[in-house]
Write a protein that binds this ligand. Structure first.
Ligand SMILES: [Ca+2]
Ligand SMILES: [Ca+2]
Length: 190
């Protein structure tokens, strides 16, 4: 353990091990890496620290704009900081877990105001970050505008037509639609 390393409580450690299925050596390595990014003495990352770290974890992708939204999605308790357990559970869920787990976190990325549903404005906001990730933001010749994309998404995912997409609609809709998934899932290549 590094000198800056803070011991994690046993129950936190156990919940991390249970959720991630990682071995204790791997958890310790991640903790060391995580702690190096935090302000000395702090056990959580602020937005700036997280965004820098997250971009290092996905070096070949343009996740700059998206990382600010992923910060919010990973901050499970909404205290504007990412604890080690929030980070590792979310990171493993969005990289090694089944598609449905990835889509749960993807939903949180889109649900900016955390009201458990996604509206058209939230989709438009995240689409800009997604197009940047997909390398489509400067593509003036692309077929769809942001508005057209948002319309298509609402039309396909908002099954009960209440102008909002619930978590259930989001997950089921994207599972059944490879095109929308390729456009909307920020975690498909990681
Ligand atoms: Ca938090
Ligand atoms: Ca919302």
């Amino acid at each position: 353990m590094g000198s800056n390393q803070v011991k994690i409580d046993d129950y936190v450690y156990e919940s991390i091990a249970k959720c991630t299925q990682l071995k204790s050596d791997d958890i310790n390595l991640w903790q060391e890496r995580f702690t190096q990014q935090c302000t000395p003495g702090s056990t959580t990352m602020n937005k700036e620290q997280f965004c820098k770290f997250y971009q290092e974890l996905r070096p070949n992708e343009n996740v700059k704009r998206l990382s600010e939204n992923i910060f919010r999605a990973f901050d499970s308790n909404g205290d504007h900081g990412i604890s080690f357990s929030e980070f590792l559970i979310a990171y493993v869920s969005t990289t090694e877990a089944p598609l449905e787990d990835k889509l749960r976190y993807a939903f949180n990325v889109y649900d900016i105001d955390r009201n458990s549903s996604i509206d058209r404005a939230e989709i438009l906001f995240i689409l800009h970050a997604m197009f940047e990730l997909l390398g489509m933001s400067d593509d003036t010749s692309r077929k769809f505008s942001y508005d057209q994309c948002a319309d298509t998404i609402m039309k396909n995912l908002d099954v009960n037509e209440d102008q909002r997409i619930s978590k259930e609609e989001f997950i089921q809709g994207l599972k059944q639609d490879p095109f929308l998934q390729s456009l909307m899932n920020p975690f498909q290549h990681v």
